[in-house]
Design a protein around this ligand. Structure first.
Ligand code: ADP
Ligand code: MG
Length: 481
């Protein structure tokens, strides 16, 4: 980025709460249903209908507020935000205006380059989603699906604390990880259950006055959030350097081209004519209720990371890979309840198991082996019964083929145990040395790097079962005698 400028970025993240029914009606919220099948008179805003609170949505919103260290508002009023658009059947959206459920709060982030900082939150408020315009279903007309109308949302609004696309990437990644830990949203940006708008401006480096902000929408992945921000910073700096002025406007993002394009100018401040929602009583949040919700929250990734590094002695890197998702972290914890070889358990989860799952496009919940079985494999390695390469390359895949077996049984059945029998290994050493007399000569003349080749040959002939340490010793003593 141009060193004469700095960027200022604030994000607004919409999070669809995973509830069975909508925010103010009993309509189902399930994604992917036939268009306009989850729409009662309430969702459609027919005259005379009355909204009713969904307690589950309020609980989930509070969970997010607690996870982000926010102050929770006790008396929550609702407001109507009035505007006309085809996807808004009521002509207004029920939202929170002057009493957002959560205020303040902070989110610690760490970028891929190791920059650690804290992003402040202005607010998190509850609201309802709109319907969905579909522009690509019909040749001539835009069609509207109202299934989404009334789905409960929370909107997280940050202070303009973010400086780069990388920081925004880290922030959205952290928010997505948290909503998944809390099980309040699936975090799926492609399907739109998590949506991020970015407000971006640039100003001369060190300036105290922010530049004109542009709001960018329609980024359906976290990497696109970063790409859109990087592009927009560049575009705005160029305008200013060419003597122009940045227009305050809303822009869209074209993922193929990696560019933003103008959607609408902000001629004037939008006038939404907010007024108090007359059909809903305020939600009163008591301390007791907050404590009840808090007691139902899982351990968050930060707590797990601390335990994994401080108590289990894992590296920051190993621990952070494990806590990327709750399922991996829990699977790991189940293993180490049975086997305290923390480093080995971490490698099995993050390397061997994750590698297998990725290759087969599975997730951990579809994995057929149990933490007990993995703990037993580690035990077999640690006791010297099998070596690591046999364990990961032979035993592991065989176990997946017959997940009801115990690792020990399979080791016996498939004859995988490491061979510590020195006479068996000695025999192979003899064979190898006889087969490569010139190499032995070269070794004796000082080419000691050939050691690895001799050991490798012996291992190969033993089909991986010769103990590598013993093999090394035997080859070495035989060559140096
Ligand atoms: P609006 O009223 O236009 O929605 P807000 O004050 O509510 O604006 O802020 C919306 C978002 O824009 C917040 O995340 C805020 O941090 C961010 N923001 C405000 N001013 C700027 C700016 N000059 N540059 C970048 N982001 C900004
Ligand atoms: Mg706003």
């Amino acid at each position: 980025m141009n060193p004469d400028f700095e960027a200022v970025i604030g994000l607004e993240i919409h999070i669809q709460l995973q509830t069975l029914t909508k925010a103010f009606s009993s309509d189902a919220t399930e994604y992917g249903a036939m268009p306009n099948t989850q729409v009662s008179a309430i969702s459609l805003g027919h005259p005379g209908t009355l909204p009713k609170h969904n307690q589950a949505a309020i609980e989930k919103a509070i969970k997010m507020g607690l996870a982000l260290n926010c102050d929770i508002t006790r008396i929550n009023r609702y407001s109507r935000k009035n505007y006309f658009y085809a996807d808004l059947p009521k002509g207004y959206q029920i939202t929170q205006f002057d009493t957002p459920l959560c205020t303040n709060g902070t989110v610690p982030i760490k970028t891929k380059d190791g920059v650690s900082k804290s992003i402040g939150l202005i607010r998190i408020h509850m609201e309802e989603d709109t319907g969905k315009s579909m522009h690509d279903q019909d040749l001539y007309d835009t069609l509207v699906d109202y299934n989404r109308a009334g789905t409960p949302l929370i909107e997280v609004v940050t202070h303009p604390d973010i400086k780069t696309g990388d920081e925004a990437y880290a922030f959205v990644t952290e928010i997505r990880r948290l909503v998944r830990y809390l099980e309040i949203c699936d975090g799926n940006m492609e399907e739109g259950s998590l949506r991020c708008d970015a407000n971006i401006s640039v100003m001369p480096k060190g300036s105290k006055v922010f530049g004109t902000k542009v709001e960018v929408k329609n980024m359906n992945s976290i990497s696109n959030v970063k790409r859109a921000i990087d592009f927009e910073i560049h575009r705005q700096i160029e305008i200013i350097q060419n003597g122009g002025k940045v227009d305050g406007e809303t822009r869209g993002f074209n993922g193929l081209a990696g560019t933003t394009f103008s959607m609408r100018k902000k001629e004037a401040v939008n006038d939404y004519r907010y007024f108090p929602e007359p059909d809903l009583p305020p939600t009163i949040v008591t301390q007791e209720f907050i404590e009840q919700v808090r007691s139902e929250m899982p351990e968050l990734p930060g707590v797990l990371l601390n335990r994994f590094t401080n108590e289990y002695g894992l590296s920051e890197y190993d621990a952070s890979v494990l806590v990327d998702d709750k399922e991996s972290a829990h699977f790991f914890e189940e293993i180490v309840r049975l086997n305290k070889n923390y480093k080995a358990a971490s490698n099995w989860v993050s390397i061997t198991i994750r590698g297998y799952l990725n290759e087969n496009a599975l997730n951990l919940s579809q994995f057929s082996l149990t933490p007990n079985q993995i703990a037993e494999i580690i035990q077999l390695i640690d006791s010297g019964t099998i070596n690591h390469s046999i364990a990961s390359q032979k035993l592991f895949p065989e176990l997946i083929k017959s997940p009801d077996s115990s690792p020990k049984e399979l080791v016996e059945k498939l004859n995988l145990a490491t061979n510590n029998d020195t006479s068996f290994i000695e025999e192979l050493v003899e064979q190898v040395l006889q087969e490569f007399p010139e190499k032995v000569e070269e070794y004796k003349n000082g080419k000691t790097g050939l050691m690895g080749m001799f050991v490798g040959e012996v291992m190969k002939r033993s089909k991986g079962k010769a103990d590598p340490k013993i093999t090394n010793q035997l080859v070495s003593s035989r060559l140096n005698s």
